[in-house]
Design a protein around this ligand. Sequence first.
Ligand code: PHE
Length: 348
Amino acid sequence: MTNDIIGTLESLVPELTQALGQASSLDEVEALRVRFLGRKGLLAELMSGMAALSPEERPAVGKAANTVKTAMTVVWEERVQALQSVMQDQALEFFDPSAPSWRPDRGSLHPVTRVMREVCSVFTGLGFEVVSGPEVENDFTNFEALNLPPEHPARDMQDTLYISDSILLRTHTSPLQVRTMLARKPPLGVIAPGKVYRRDSDITHTPMFHQIEGLLVDTHVTMADLRGILTAFVQTVFGHDTKVRFRPSFFPFTEPSAEVDISCVICGGSGKTAPDTACRVCKETGWVEILGCGMVDPAVFAKVGYDPDIYTGFAFGLGVERIAMLKYGIGDLRMFFENDLRFLGQFA
Ligand code: PHE
């Protein structure tokens, strides 16, 4: 009886060894552990039969059971290790350390932000200070103090986005002229980048766009200073061969006023992109407009309490999208606002 049980017990070891030899996955090996060594496995089943043995018979069977258990555990663990090392070798066979690795997409600055920063850095390099103000403005700061009287067409509902009769979305960055002069005394030189809003929307206009305002006030500021500063700015941003042209114009808050053109950056000022192809950017004129400017109108000084007999100054305002389009050769204004990563990624 005892010998039968011990014989059956001992036969488990070669049985398991053989089954393990045929198992080819960790799952199968695990199933064998459950079948032979588990709580309801073959070994456990034989042990439960021990209750029927006499006290004298038990020690020998118990000892055999322990030996068998140890032996089975050892062959099982050996098989697990062997399988794991085979699997590792296989994985390494497919692992190519020279393959290009996964790279996260890197964000980049929006071209409008880039140009805004570049323009500001040119002017801070010339001693100007960056200031900012609210996008929701009042009528006084956006129009009245800038010598735009109530009947001025720029105040028309067609052009301005009104919040109420006297509160509106600023239509330009020029209110920063007023805010700066009300808050400080000359001499001062500031640059004010920001968003502006107009009721306009077509291929070349968006209801929101960006401007940068410049203002310099001191005694003895002249139009020659304005020309010198703007020429330095244009040639820093567009290259030293770029020509600058001042064209007489009108703004209620500057007198005299001018619009500044630069030689077309696309065709180099020739008006043609090929011997018989007209340049579409400058419409064959060789010049493109980039900003409005002028000498601060004495009427504006009066509004902010500066003595026009002592102080003179210049102001200018430029469109950031326009500069970016010329600088990067972008043909369509809407590209800036579509958030197409194929476009934006080119500025990384
Ligand atoms: N504010 C004007 C515009 O939006 C530009 C400008 C600014 C002109 C400063 C002269 C001086 O068109």
